[in-house]
Design a protein around this ligand. Structure first.
Ligand code: AMP
Length: 551
């Protein structure tokens, strides 16, 4: 399919802000897209070149993009950099620069969505020496065949800044509308198989029954069931009667897929981390007794000597490391604490009650001291529950999980089947969307951060406050390094930061405020930690802020 058909729709969407109208535009468009292009078109509409569970990543920085633009347009990099600063959007700069590109290369070949995807796939697979030049070559090839409007969106897609306001909610409703389905059926299917392309194709060709048939496929991640915050142990027990308490380990969620001799590991954000944890792959092969299974647990880094749990940062080093993995396995050992099973020997077990799933889990795993079931207690009484909670905290864990023994596993939802309880003051997980350079001694560091909630409808962000105080020099230095590559534009001392990083922020109070686009502000926000395990789409929303305020 011609790429320009898609960019025409992008341009229309950019011009409207009403959710319903946007949904209509997307629905009308996808009805016309031929089957063979539908998957790619949906990924591109959502602003991502690959499905979330794919291990492919583009990793293109603005600087490299400017080089590619310079090569196609003939404009100097310094001139392009000036334009980026002026416009604050490298996509618009690309469009403008390419209006005047040399005529010889103009429209030499019709650009298709397939061609864009092919080049991006190749680009993502490039590593090592000389890869920069090849990356530039792939981007240049695309831009040479692109119209100025096409280039605006190719550049934004590659940099992960599409900015057309189409989030999962609009895609879901558009698919429902295009194929006359109930949005909840589309939603469930997406949680089971988080790939809009596949969901749309099934919706189109097999309708509701096709989507309802969706079950777990071993090797493809399912969206994880999420936890709500419990008010207290007392209220949780009152609500649910008998509960299972489990230690809340401070690590990363792992979804372990085993199919005979093949194991895949996914994080809660559905990233494939199989290569990073060879010892977990081995343990899954040796100690999961089923031929096929999907199991969940928390992987935790532990001290080499004492084997006490280490803070999340240590584990994060394991997750990020893509080379010399062996060395890391010895340096930062991990343990896995298993807590759920949703697939077993060919059968989907997500509909079973948690009590039965836990039983099946214990029958399916040969426990060792580094691959074992999460510590638990089943009770109806407050006293033993409190003792368990206290013991978990004494052992240095984050808190406890309180689980409904009768509940099924509901992928992707925060439905109140599983609660978390931690002894901290209220906190929100917020996205950093801007900052301000410090003054005087702190002039080379970003001294304050603009925080935003996530808006799931539009996929955009709403500001809720600034956090400036309480950061040590050491922290400011580290954070500045983290954010420097994410700065997209600057005006005076203020910078706009690409929404990529989530801060867990504690605060004293939420107040109504006209200053910020969310309509609220936080009093005395302070950084608890960087939530490296969370994507920006998992940050807290305006809804949650309003709920907290009511409380
Ligand atoms: P939070 O990230 O604060 O929303 O808390 C939920 C997360 O706690 C889950 O996604 C898991 O990664 C983690 N977790 C740690 N221990 C457990 C457990 N025993 N059961 C379920 N989740 C756990």
């Amino acid at each position: 399919m011609d790429y320009s058909l898609l960019t025409g729709v992008y341009a229309r969407l950019e011009g409207i802000s009403g959710r319903l109208e946007m949904t209509d535009v997307v629905a009308e468009f996808i009805k016309e897209v031929p089957d063979e292009s539908l998957s790619t078109v949906l990924l591109f509409l959502r602003g991502t070149p690959f499905p979330s569970w794919s291990s492919l990543e583009l990793g293109i920085a603005d600087k490299l993009m400017v080089k590619a633009l310079s090569s196609v347009s003939g404009l100097a990099e310094s001139k392009l950099n000036d334009l980026v600063r002026e416009k604050g959007d490298i996509g618009l700069v690309a469009e403008e620069a390419l209006v005047s590109k040399p005529q010889t290369t103009l429209y030499s070949e019709t650009l298709t969505v397939e061609k864009v995807q092919e080049n991006l796939g190749r680009l993502a697979k490039l590593t090592g020496k000389g890869s920069q030049d090849k990356k530039i070559a792939y981007i240049t090839e695309l831009l040479s065949n692109a119209s100025p409007q096409d280039s605006r969106y190719i550049v934004r897609l590659i940099l992960g800044q599409l900015r057309i306001g189409v989030g999962d909610g609009i895609i879901r409703d558009a698919i429902a509308k295009a194929y006359e389905l109930d949005p909840s059926v589309v939603d469930r299917a997406f949680n089971m198989r988080p790939d809009w392309g596949e969901v749309a194709l099934t919706a189109k060709n097999r309708g509701e029954s096709g989507l309802k048939d969706y079950g777990i496929i071993v090797g493809q991640p399912v969206k994880v069931m999420l936890a709500q915050k419990a008010e207290s142990l007392e209220s949780a027990l009152e609500d649910m009667g008998e509960v299972e308490l489990e230690v809340k380990y401070d690590g990363a969620r792992l979804q372990i897929h085993k199919d005979k001799d093949r194991v895949s590991l996914f994080t809660r954000r559905l990233e494939d981390v199989t290569r990073q944890f060879p010892e977990v792959v081995k343990d899954s092969l040796n100690h999961v007794k089923a031929a096929s299974a999907v199991i969940e647990g928390e992987v935790v880094a532990v001290d080499v000597g004492t084997r006490r749990p280490l803070p999340f940062q240590n584990l994060s080093r394991r997750i990020k490391r893509k080379y010399d993995i062996r060395e890391m396995v010895d340096k930062i050992p991990v343990e896995v604490n298993l807590f759920d099973i949703i697939y077993h020997n060919g059968g989907d077990k997500s509909g079973l009650e948690f009590r039965e799933r836990r039983q099946l889990l214990s029958e399916s795993v040969d426990e060792t001291d580094r691959f074992r079931l999460a510590e638990n207690l089943v009770t109806t009484d407050l006293k033993p529950a409190e003792n368990f909670y206290k013991k978990a905290l004494d052992m240095g864990h984050e808190g406890v999980m309180v689980k409904n023994l009768k509940a099924p596993y509901q992928p992707g939802s925060r439905v109140g089947y599983m609660y978390k309880l931690k002894p901290v003051m209220e906190s929100l997980d917020l996205v950093v969307t801007g900052g301000t350079w410090g003054e005087g001694r702190r002039a080379s560091w970003i001294g304050s951060y603009l925080l935003s909630v996530y808006d799931p409808e539009s996929g955009g962000f709403l500001e809720i406050g600034r956090m400036a105080t309480g950061l040590t020099d050491e922290q400011l230095k580290g954070l500045t390094e983290l954010f420097k590559p994410l700065i997209t534009s600057q005006e005076g001392r203020s910078v706009v930061i690409k929404p990529k990083v989530v801060f867990e922020v504690a605060y004293e109070e939420i107040q109504k405020s006209p200053t910020y686009s969310s309509g609220y502000a936080l009093r005395f926000p302070r950084l608890v930690r960087v939530r490296e395990d969370k994507g920006v789409e998992e940050a807290d929303t305006l809804n949650r802020v309003e709920m907290m305020l009511k409380k």
